[in-house]
Design a protein around this ligand. Structure first.
Ligand code: LLP
Length: 385
């Protein structure tokens, strides 16, 4: 854990801030590139996980494509120098101006999530005098065995087109003249730790591709999304996620001939390289006897615990006390759910101590807000120290 090694040096920066271990990010990227190359798989980085410019510049060096979820994310990726031909764009509710921009950029694929969207893309592409590449995002109806708040591919989810609806409209889809249906896309959820669910996903994809090709569709690629989980419990045990296992499962179970296979990883690329560093402002004990450590970060810097009940491992990196105590770690925001964790065993904690909230590189800064007019947190990078 980088923060522990350089704890005293961190006093120079105003908290709260994100600390990024760019060496770990590079090792993670080396791993994903090395493992994916074994099978010729193509990897996109899901920019929603963290769109920090410094991190994006590093990610670009490793040749990844981008997966984006809004017109502004697409613009960010283009401005950061990613080749539009390596960018996919999903999202249930794309605005006309966002679709126009995607069409103009000639991206790898607009991943369409409803029949109406497909019709609109066809019309907008016609208006632009173009034929646009599109992938059908299909809802595969799979339980990814993760936190319900972050599953995306179950039958009733808002994401993707139901397979039944694709069948029902197959002829109309094939008749579209300004979209070229080049791929199938799906994403079953995030923070998936039970990798066997990816086997179910592959079996579903095999059947969907086979059936749709029998109906006359012809796909160049399948994009199976992201979702590989990280070890929030003890990040030190697994700083680099197990890309090799996931790729080997997909290799053994996906049977789509020589089609390209794409992945869209967000969390697994950046979660572990980021920590949120915060200062203890005050300690107090509630009337019920609960010891609170009030820190200068809050849900406005890292909303995951308040929003999903997510767990992040927390450590006091500057206390030199021998004893440990149990604390409830709360933030500064005017919200009762602004609690990072309860019953956290920490070295005895005093005003001014620095805490690290680990594995915060993904969906941390990118979900930060200015509630209570908090300032957005800064960032410190290990390669600039
Ligand atoms: N592709 C699509 C279409 C997605 O919707 C997502 C994430 C990804 C790829 C990247 O998934 P990952 O590899 O990061 O699991 N804010 C939540 C996570 C939301 C994920 C949304 N979609 C969190 O903090 O856990």
């Amino acid at each position: 854990m980088l923060s522990r090694q350089i704890a005293s040096g961190l006093r120079a920066y105003e908290t709260p801030f994100y600390l990024y271990d760019t060496a770990l990010l590079r090792q993670t990227l080396e791993s994903v590139v090395y493992e994916s190359n074994k099978y010729g798989y193509k990897v996109h980085y899901a920019i929603k996980a963290n769109y920090d410019d410094h991190l994006l510049a590093i990610i670009r060096e490793y040749g990844l494509g981008i997966d984006c979820a809004s017109g502004n994310e697409l613009r960010k990726a283009v401005e950061a120098g990613f080749d539009p031909r390596g960018i996919v764009y999903a999202g249930v509710g794309k605005r006309d101006k966002e679709l126009r921009y995607a069409i103009e950029q000639g991206i790898l694929a607009i991943n369409c999530e409803s029949i109406e969207e497909l019709m609109l893309v066809d019309a907008l592409a016609a208006e632009a005098g173009r034929v646009t590449d599109v992938a059908l995002r299909i809802n595969p109806d799979i339980d990814p065995k993760t936190n319900h708040c972050i599953d995306t591919g179950q039958a009733d989810s808002k994401f993707g087109i139901s397979y039944e609806e694709v069948l029902e409209h197959a002829e109309a889809i094939k008749a579209l003249r300004h979209v070229d249906i080049v791929g199938i896309h799906l994403h079953i959820g995030s923070q998936i730790r039970e990798l066997h669910v990816f086997e179910n996903m592959c079996n579903k994809v095999n059947a969907i591709v086979e059936n749709l090709e029998r109906l006359g569709f012809s796909f160049r690629f399948v994009d199976v999304g992201g979702g590989l989980g990280v070890n929030y419990d003890v990040p030190e045990n697994e700083p680099i996620p197990n890309f090799a296992s996931l790729f080997s499962i997909v290799h053994n179970h996906l049977a789509v001939g020589d089609k390209e296979v794409h992945f869209e990883f967000g969390r697994s690329i950046v979660a572990e390289c980021g920590e949120l560093i915060t200062t203890v402002l005050f300690n107090k004990t509630t009337a019920t006897g609960r010891k609170l450590a009030i820190v200068d970060a809050s849900m406005t810097e890292l909303i995951r615990p308040a929003l999903y009940g997510s767990y992040h491992n927390i450590e006091n990196i500057t206390s030199e006390e021998e004893g440990r105590e149990k604390y409830t770690i709360v933030g500064t925001a005017c919200e009762s759910t602004d609690v990072f964790d309860e019953n956290v065993s920490l070295k005895k904690t005093r005003r001014g101590d620095l805490l690290t909230i680990k594995s915060a590189g993904a969906y941390g800064m990118s979900m930060a807000s200015r509630y209570n007019l908090h300032d957005l947190p800064g960032a410190v990078y290990s390669d600039e120290l």
